[in-house]
Design a protein around this ligand. Structure first.
Ligand SMILES: [Zn+2]
Ligand SMILES: [Zn+2]
Length: 188
């Protein structure tokens, strides 16, 4: 089987079964797990397939269908956007990490993955391991308190040198946003 045929086969199985482990795919296709990873890599890069704690799963086709934030209904800015991939395979979009994190807090039990974009490189990263800067001195015209995501702490620190703001991990960022929302009367 050619790699492209294996990829097609993997996609078909994922459509039918939702989640597959690399070991399962490797057995069924009778190729090494290394080969399976190599076959999956382009599918992950094209955002068709997602790695989860249980294996690999298909990203629902609704991925790009909605341009509105599920939390505040603003238009989604692709560069700031956050995707919440739910256990039922549905995907919710948030306009920015501010809404993404607050929405996550509301529906945490339903979410299998939360994905955001590195602000500098525009790469896709898991929000759970991202670094966030709150209240940087750079107005991106989205929600307040403004939250920006970075893949690496090093980049976040460099950004902070120029634009200020406070650095947080995933959980701390959610707490900080919630606190700040409660301490202010105004809200849009
Ligand atoms: Zn929003
Ligand atoms: Zn926003």
């Amino acid at each position: 089987m050619l790699p492209i045929e294996r990829q097609q086969q993997i996609l078909t199985w994922l459509e039918q079964e939702e989640t597959l482990r690399v070991s399962d795919i490797s057995k069924r296709l009778q190729v090494s797990e290394m080969t399976v990873y190599r076959d999956l890599k382009p599918l992950i890069d094209q955002q068709k397939v997602l790695k989860t704690s249980n294996g690999f799963t298909l990203i629902a086709q609704s991925y790009n269908s909605s341009n509105h934030c599920t939390y505040c209904y603003k238009n989604v800015n692709p560069r700031l956007s956050v995707q919440l991939i739910k256990k039922n395979q549905h995907v919710e979009q948030a306009c920015c990490p501010h809404c993404g994190l607050l929405r996550f807090q509301d529906i945490e039990n339903e979410v299998s993955q939360i994905i955001c974009h590195d602000f500098l490189k525009d790469t896709t990263i898991s929000a759970k391991i991202a670094t966030f800067i709150l209240n940087a001195d750079l107005d991106l015209n989205c929600c307040q308190p403004q939250v920006i995501a970075f893949e690496s702490m090093k980049h976040a620190k460099k950004f902070q040198l120029g634009f200020g703001g406070e650095i947080y991990g995933f959980k701390e960022a959610i707490q900080a946003i919630t606190l700040e929302m409660h301490s202010k009367n105004c809200c849009d």
